[in-house]
Design a protein around this ligand. Structure first.
Ligand code: PXG
Ligand code: PLP
Length: 439
């Protein structure tokens, strides 16, 4: 360990086994393009785009300079009853990446805030239209929608919910779509499982459509272990929501900004929701930022009362923060100038072949992929769930030179979208070594 090791006492780390971490810290000290440097001086190939967010690659000069310039020029501007011009441009640029009438953009600072904002907008929308009984929200098992009370309520990850009391009331859950018996080692979208969307009809029958505001799902679930929607599944959810006047929310915090080779997953799947949440890739993870994009009709429904009355009592001190906005505009420029989404699309079948070469390695019970995302599921060590994947993760960090992400016994790969074929080979080749070496 270097002499510069910090005193780790005060920092309560998020989603971390703090005592395990502090016994042997994994510290990152710098980053450039596809690589991190650790405090030990090692170089790691970034297989996770930080945490699914650094889509343009690390410390890109264009983004860095935009942030520096903005900090010197206008460090902060209040977002309530006042604004700065670039916020409007940023909203237009984000809206232009979405299809149809998804045109109105509400800025927030994280994916969690984007989810809570979307849920509040959905409930308030029905109320301003005189359908105030529509308050229930339907999420999905194994869904991840951040850590706000709204997000964990509609989310479906037991550990994120179980110690936090009664949560939001009036929430129900669809079944998740993950099924190894039918779909193990699928390439791209699995064939089996569209019918799982039909359970929404059962939930509607139980609660009555007049009480349901919205359904929220990740079009491709990332954080919970890379769950790829079966062919036809999202289309069917859309149809059922339409039939019953229920808003469909796509949580695109991970799938937005090129991860699947299109700007958003809504384009990839050809299914248009009513509300989209996003964050992370909006400025390549450089400054905290998120957004909620709604259809014109939703915004218009709020613009009815006297014009001097605030239409939505909601917002954050740092909504459309100048630094986040500057970073976002520079990032969107870079995505376009360098064809970064197109690179993701062009590489996705090469990436698919590479990750499926891991089939047959010890304990690998599934490989699944879409765009530049892959999930490699390992059989748990009996009685010690998560230990095997954590062992792979630690070997990768300290011995092998790649950064991966694990959740449970599932390894997730989601590299920056500037990755090259040679780097895909390196990432998957090194991961294979780690899987073979692990317990
Ligand atoms: N929705 C989705 C679909 C996400 O993936 C959030 C909301 C929350 O975003 P914030 O910015 O509040 O963290 C996310 C975040 C993982 C992992 O291990 C993934 C996320 C966050 C933390 C860990 O894969 N995604
Ligand atoms: N708590 C207090 C005491 C506040 O004054 C504020 C905002 O003014 C908040 C929480 C909310 O902070 P933010 O707007 O950054 O979400």
């Amino acid at each position: 360990m270097p002499d510069s090791l910090p005193n780790t006492d005060s920092y309560w780390m998020p989603f971390t086994a703090n005592r395990q971490f502090k016994a042997r810290p994994k510290l990152l000290v710098s980053a450039k393009d596809m690589h991190y440097k650790t405090a030990d001086g090692a170089t790691l190939l970034d297989g996770t785009a930080g945490l699914w967010c650094v889509n343009a690659g690390h410390s890109r000069p264009k983004i860095v300079e935009a942030i520096q310039r903005q900090a010197a020029e206008l460090d902060y501007a209040p977002p309530f009853q006042v604004a700065h011009p670039a916020a409007f441009e940023n909203a237009s640029r984000v809206a232009a990446l979405l299809p149809g009438d998804l045109n109105k953009v509400f800025f927030v600072n994280s994916g969690s805030e984007s989810v809570d904002t979307a849920l509040k907008i959905a409930i308030a929308y029905h109320r301003v239209r005189g359908q105030g009984t529509r308050t229930r929200i339907i999420g999905r098992e194994r869904g991840y929608h951040g850590v706000g009370f709204g997000g964990i309520s509609v989310g479906g990850i037991p550990n994120n919910r179980k110690v936090f009391g009664s949560l939001l009331t009036g929430v129900d859950h669809l079944p998740h779509t993950h099924n190894l018996e039918h779909n193990a080692f699928s390439r791209g979208q699995p064939e089996w499982g569209a019918h799982l969307a039909d359970s929404l009809e059962g939930i509607v029958a139980l609660h009555d459509a007049s009480n349901i505001a919205a359904v929220i799902v990740e079009p491709m679930a990332g954080s919970t272990g890379v769950l790829i929607p079966p062919k036809g599944y999202l289309q069917r959810l859309r149809e059922i929501c339409d039939r019953h006047g229920i808003l469909l929310i796509f949580d695109e915090v991970i799938s937005g900004f090129g991860r699947l080779g299109t700007a958003f997953a809504t384009e990839f799947f050809g299914v248009t929701p009513d509300i989209v949440t996003c964050a992370k890739g909006i400025n390549s993870g450089t400054v905290p930022m998120g957004a909620v994009i709604v259809r014109d009709g939703i915004y218009d429904a709020f613009m009815q009362g006297p014009p001097e009355v605030i239409e939505l009592f909601h917002g954050y001190t740092c909504s459309a923060h100048p630094m986040a906005v500057a970073a976002s505009l520079a990032t969107l420029d870079l995505y376009r100038e360098e064809g970064i989404f197109e690179n993701a699309a062009a590489l996705s079948s090469y990436f698919e072949d590479a990750v499926h070469s891991l089939r047959g390695l010890p304990n690998v019970i599934d490989v699944r992929n879409l765009g530049l995302v892959a999930g490699i599921e390992l059989a748990p060590i009996p009685g010690k769930p998560t230990a095997r994947a954590y062992d792979v993760f630690t070997r990768c960090f300290f011995d092998i030179g790649i950064l991966i992400r694990t959740t449970g016994d599932i390894i997730a790969l989601s590299p920056p979208l500037i990755i090259t074929r040679a780097q895909v080979d390196e990432l998957v080749g090194k991961l294979a070594i780690a899987i073979k070496a692990a317990a």
